[in-house]
Unconditional design. Structure first.
Length: 167
């Protein structure tokens, strides 16, 4: 279903990091949290969808912030905010028009955000209770092209195109 002129088109895409951009695991050594795995294709799809939507990335992982910042801010050139899980509904509603916002998350409390935004997406490896509340569940897991799949879904559902054209 494509949203027509009488329906609002989304303008914002807010994406959680851990479990969505990553596999949701934290890798520790004796020195502490050292690794997070990100998918390459997610960045490519986001570069294209940025022609249609404003992209905002959030994380609750303040202790792993520098790892996340390296990928999201330094490599992908996206904005990144630390937003504790319990504060997300208020943080999002204070900054975005909820009826124009898509949110992608995987965690236990993300359905609370799903309930206030226009459209919600969960990766395949999300909690079952989270997937049951999402408007769309990707076949791909977080950290393995789930964001890229979500971008393609958004393009088709809201903007009437399946094709990503770089030319």
């Amino acid at each position: 279903m494509i949203f027509r002129k009488n329906k609002k088109l989304p303008k914002n895409f807010i994406i959680d990091v851990d479990g969505v951009f990553t596999d949701g695991k934290f890798y520790y050594t004796q020195e502490g949290k050292t690794l997070k795995a990100f998918s390459v294709d997610d960045h490519d799809a986001l570069k294209y969808i940025a022609n249609f939507l404003s992209i905002h990335v959030i994380t609750a992982d303040s202790s792993g912030f520098e790892i996340t910042k390296k990928r999201i801010v330094d490599d992908m050139n996206l904005s990144l905010d630390v937003v504790p899980v319990a504060e997300r509904p208020k943080w999002i509603s204070d900054r975005f028009n909820l009826s124009e916002t898509i949110y992608m998350g995987d965690g236990l409390f993300d359905p609370i955000v799903f309930n206030i935004v226009m459209y919600s997406i969960a990766p395949a490896n999300s909690m079952d209770s989270t997937k049951s509340k999402a408007n769309f569940v990707t076949r791909s897991k977080g950290g393995d092209r789930a964001v890229a799949e979500a971008c393609l879904h958004i393009l088709e559902k809201f903007f009437g195109t399946k094709k990503i054209s770089i030319f």
